[in-house]
Design a protein around this ligand. Structure first.
Ligand SMILES: Cc1cc2nc3c(=O)[nH]c(=O)nc-3n(C[C@H](O)[C@H](O)[C@H](O)COP(=O)(O)OP(=O)(O)OC[C@H]3O[C@@H](n4cnc5c(N)ncnc54)[C@H](O)[C@@H]3O)c2cc1C
Length: 435
């Protein structure tokens, strides 16, 4: 039996503590907050989208960063295993649209409740209000060598903020990333990892709203659009001067979005951000093209517009668009079209109508920045996967040190995938600690 310390009582840490206690180790879970799983409580708008029923292939398609690194952990503890775990510990689950899995009760607190029962049943000790500020090491490696490269560090415990030292044979770091720092994930985990010699892939907020340059966006604040399509391009004029229509977008998606006082948000935008956050943080600008009527090809949309125009031929242009757009959007579309809103519909030229069709299918938005970590669902970046053994989650740099969850350089799209990565990596780390 090994003495195991798990640092961080979020999704990954709770699972790691449970899995290593269930494997027969003596486990101490340290969490600086007043309760376990503080972030879990706010996931899925308080309902906690615990995982997704997607099959393996689909599941890996939804992982944005370092999916190959995650093969072992997901094969070892997958979505079905997570659902069984929750059922076993008194939290039955249900599946909703898009394979999203939630507790039947719709209460995220029931997920944390299941973990509390599981940890108790496996005799894992939990210490709240306990912050780890340092790692303790012993030098191992070749006897008698004076060459530091021949030596390997091994972890032997942790130091707490009150100066107390706790011994351990293995330490699992599950401190989360930088997003929603009010929940406890404030980046101290990276500092601990760097004490052990690890580097950190620069962190950026992801699954995060965009700030938009166009002023008309603000006028649409609060407007939610369903069934729209976006195409996202990175602006690199020196490399690429072809028109957007001829280029391949870095992201193309269909769904729901929302206009806000600073720009755009909503599920579609959050997903798009995962494919460009790093580049935007490096200074690149991105352009979004919004297709308001993706179900219609250009020709079909033109016919539809023509029909609407025929039916409203004596009305002013600004009063003839009620069948096409929500009322808040009409003045903005009129302004962007360059057609006088007072112009009678019968006076609109074919050329004007065709350009309007193009505008409806390609409304341009310039992304100037992403919002910050306080509004980001996840962090991109973290402990480089090259420095961690994917079959065990053990550090390749420091013996006895393991990683789990968001502090690793892994991330996925929304839909329950990010929590499943925390469960899977936590479980693998917990079960791979030797006796
Ligand atoms: C608003 C929001 C909604 C989300 N909704 C979903 C969803 O529905 N489905 C989904 O799959 N994903 C969702 N996510 C993402 C998901 O919550 C995270 O990916 C997941 O919580 C990561 O788990 P973790 O254990 O790695 O990190 P965290 O949950 O951040 O846990 C880290 C823990 O470590 C503790 N800690 C840190 N440093 C120390 C230290 N030095 N000493 C002691 N303790 C420490 C922190 O206090 C914290 O409790 C959401 C995220 C947000 C912000």
């Amino acid at each position: 039996m090994s003495q195991v310390i798990v640092v961080g009582g979020g999704a990954a840490g709770m699972m790691a503590a449970y899995a290593s206690a269930a494997s027969g180790h003596q486990v101490l879970l340290l969490e600086k907050n007043e309760k376990l799983g503080k972030k879990v409580y706010i996931t899925g708008k308080g309902r906690c989208n615990v995982t997704n029923t997607a099959d393996r292939e689909q599941f890996f398609q939804n992982i944005v960063t370092n999916s190959k690194f995650l093969y072992s952990s997901i094969y070892q503890f997958d979505n079905q295993a997570m659902m069984s775990f929750l059922e076993e510990y008194g939290c039955p689950v249900k599946t909703e649209r898009g394979g999203r899995v939630f507790p039947v009760s719709d209460h995220a607190s029931d997920v944390t409740g299941a973990f509390c029962r599981a940890l108790q049943e496996m005799y894992a000790e939990v210490r709240l209000h306990t912050e780890v500020t340092g790692l303790l090491f012993q030098e191992t490696g070749r006897e008698g060598t004076s060459d530091p490269a021949q030596k390997r560090r091994r972890i032997c415990g942790v130091r707490l903020s009150n100066g107390e030292k706790l011994e351990a044979d293995a330490v699992i770091l599950a401190c989360g990333g930088l997003s929603y720092p009010s929940t406890g994930s404030d980046g101290t985990g990276y500092q601990l990892a760097s004490q052990a010699g690890h580097s950190v892939v620069p962190c950026v907020p992801a699954l995060v709203p965009f700030e938009i340059k166009e002023r008309w966006c603000k006028k649409l604040q609060g407007l939610s659009l369903k069934n729209v399509e976006i195409k996202l391009f990175l602006e690199e004029p020196r490399k690429e001067d072809r028109p957007h229509a001829e280029r391949k977008p870095i992201y193309r998606g269909f769904g729901e979005m929302l206009f806000t006082h600073f720009g755009v948000s909503g599920p579609l935008i959050l997903s798009a951000s995962s494919y460009c956050s790093k580049r935007i943080a490096e200074g690149a600008h991105a352009r979004l093209f919004l297709n308001l009527k993706p179900a219609m090809e250009e020709e079909t949309l033109d016919k539809r517009l023509l029909r609407d125009f025929e039916e409203n031929s004596h009305k002013a242009f600004k009063n003839a668009l009620g069948g096409l757009f929500p009322s808040k959007l009409i003045p903005v579309m009129v302004e962007l079209s360059g057609i006088d809103g007072e112009k009678k519909v019968y006076e609109i030229t074919r050329q004007e109508r065709l350009s309007f069709v193009k505008l409806i299918r390609n409304l341009p938005l310039t992304v100037t920045a992403t919002r910050g970590f306080a509004e980001a669902v996840i962090t991109q970046g973290g402990i480089p996967v090259m420095e961690v053994n994917p079959s065990t989650m053990e550090s390749k740099i420091c013996g006895g040190l393991y990683f789990a969850g968001e502090m690793l350089d892994i991330d996925a799209l929304t839909g329950g995938y990010n929590l499943q990565l925390a469960w899977s990596t936590g479980h693998l780390a917990g079960t791979c600690i030797p006796f």
